[in-house]
Design a protein. Structure first.
Length: 113
């Protein structure tokens, strides 16, 4: 059995420049926990695999393709592969969500300007 606490996992160096931590990373799947401070957002990007997002705490805005929705704690959002998506924290509290990628991507994420 392997048990990891998010705070014990180092912050990754990513193009998003936010607190992102890979808590599970195998050949089959990847799970990352992202914390967006108030006013922070991810850069728009395209992921080459299906992604599920689960909001652990806080509230934010998720944009997938042409759709945009406000989501909060205990919400699950599905994002199909190869579509532009992004997260925004427009609230006054931290937004923490889990990113589940399965299968684990073999290609790189593409950033959109």
């Amino acid at each position: 059995m392997v048990i990891r606490k998010v705070d014990d996992v180092p912050v990754m160096d990513t193009a998003h420049n936010v607190d992102a931590r890979n808590i599970y990373n195998t050949g089959n799947a990847m799970v990352t926990v992202i914390r967006l401070k108030p006013g922070q957002s991810l850069k728009k990007h395209i992921t080459p695999v299906d992604v599920a997002f689960f909001v652990i705490s806080g509230a934010g805005v998720v944009e997938i393709g042409e759709e945009r929705a406000a989501v909060s704690k205990d919400s699950l959002v599905e994002s199909p592969k190869d579509i532009v998506h992004c997260w925004y924290n427009e609230s006054s509290e931290d937004l923490v969500f889990m990113v589940i990628k399965a299968p684990r991507p073999e290609k790189k994420t593409v950033f959109v300007s």
